[in-house]
Design a protein around this ligand. Structure first.
Ligand SMILES: [Zn+2]
Length: 115
């Protein structure tokens, strides 16, 4: 999901969820030297207002690379900590099929919310 940040630059939200999960995603992106920033989730849409969620964003033109970096890390995490079948089934967005970061509150691609 793309949105215009306070800096007037187009951002792409690559993760939406709780603060701890956001910090993890920021660490992953930082380790791959992908510039990123934390923002409140309602920046990406009013449906996120008053829910206490945050988002991690990158410059819109870096979004594809950032998502690749996150997805690669997720696959490594899953190999170290294999989940059961039900968890594996929940990894992908039921609407658009995007691989999801565990703990995310919303699909970073299409904005579908999970509760
Ligand atoms: Zn989706």
């Amino acid at each position: 999901m793309n949105y215009t940040g306070e800096d007037g630059i187009e951002h792409a939200a690559v993760f939406i969820g709780g603060l701890e999960e956001c910090k993890y995603v920021m660490d992953v992106l930082g380790a791959a030297e992908v510039p990123n920033q934390l923002d409140v989730a309602e920046r990406a849409g009013e449906q996120f207002a008053s829910r206490g969620y945050y988002l991690v964003s990158v410059a819109a033109d870096a979004a594809t690379h950032a998502r690749d970096v996150i997805e690669k890390q997720l696959r490594e995490d899953l190999q170290i900590h294999p989940g059961d079948e039900s968890q594996i089934a929940e990894e992908r967005c039921p609407a658009c099929g995007t691989l999801l970061v565990p703990g995310c509150a919303s699909c970073q691609e299409c904005g579908l919310m999970f509760e």
